[in-house]
Ligand binder design. Sequence first.
Ligand code: PMP
Length: 425
Amino acid sequence: MIADAGRVLAGGATSNWQIAQPQAVWMSHGQGSHVWDVDGNEYVDMHGGYGACIAGHGYPAIVEAVSRQVTRGTHFAQPTEDAIWVATELSRRFGLPQWRFANSGTEATMDAIHLMRALKGRDLVIKVEGCYHGHHDSVQVSVLPEPEEVGPPDAPNRVPGNTGIPQAIMDLIVLVPFNDLGAVERVLKEHDGRIAGMILEPVMMNAGIIPPVDGYLAGLKELLHAHDAFLTFDEVKTGFTTGPAGATGRYGVTPDIVCLAKALGGGISVAAIGGTAEIMSAIGDGRYEQVGTFNGNPLAMAATRANLTHVINDAGYERLDALAARAREGFEDHIAANGLPWRVVSVGAKGCVAFTGEPVRNYRDFLEVDDRWGHLHWLMQHNGGVFLPPWGKVEQWLLSVQHTDEDVDLLVSNFGRLAAVAGRS
Ligand code: PMP
């Protein structure tokens, strides 16, 4: 049956990013920190559904909340009381007063870009080279461009991230490198009065993991506000995997807009967008129509409430921090024992190996990272019983509150075999 999947499913999977060579890994079920494929192979799941499954699988409080809601109606396209609870909790954590919901990270960042443009009445938006914000037109620019496409660092090419993206829309994006306040200042001056705002991942997490240098996020906010432009943090990946209030809480900088998705819903698809009173008033008074049939879906809201209550709390983070430290130390030991220049980069529940000896501060540095090791690492983990995202150096592992020390030790020992091979080569 699965050998035949390509006949009815384009590319033989349900998203292009589910296709690992030679074919997608077809899942049967998951429980706790483990998943089983249809052939009965069991893996420790550190793919985590591309960063969504911070609760692991079948977390009892989430199962209970979703089961209860299933029997009471799965969809009304009208708000339920859980939405007020979730919005109140997100306001408390992220310091932004008002929220709306959507279904995917793509929708959240699309609303953010629309809002920035609508409120400022300007079309230009600053985007960081190498940041991914979903698959809508405005942000499909220089996502993972090839080295031969990128152009000079001080005048980067706008490279389409997909086919079907109009040049006219790409021309509205102004590219800057990550971790470079000077570049942002320059483009703000160059396009004075024409820039609506800037969107970025506050920790780059679609090019391995690249943390912000000290003062970068606060500096952005200051610069953008000085030029009457907005700052949006796309926390679709960093929200809840870097701390209970995402990178906003971790680095202590509250932007004008925060986008959340992935780990928010405890494994159910949900997204949220939060903003200042000024920005969200445009939704409230209808200047901007933030809409969607499934927005605030009752199942998603029930799951999100249970997730925020029982999983993404201080106790959850204590557990995640301990697991993350165990992983980091294990990787560092293997790197040192084999005399390798590599580094393990870990922020909160997310981690990866930078297969380079050089500092990685932006996408241009990341292009120097050796992806052959990234791919081999994925294969070694896969064959060693740990399921990671099939994207070599690009993606990260995600720890969940249901992972055990033994799960982390398996991840580390599989890496040890790779490090031993690299050390000999
Ligand atoms: N923003 C970021 C930072 C992401 O990593 C992703 C997904 N990888 C998205 C937005 C898009 O989210 P979705 O796939 O839910 O549309």
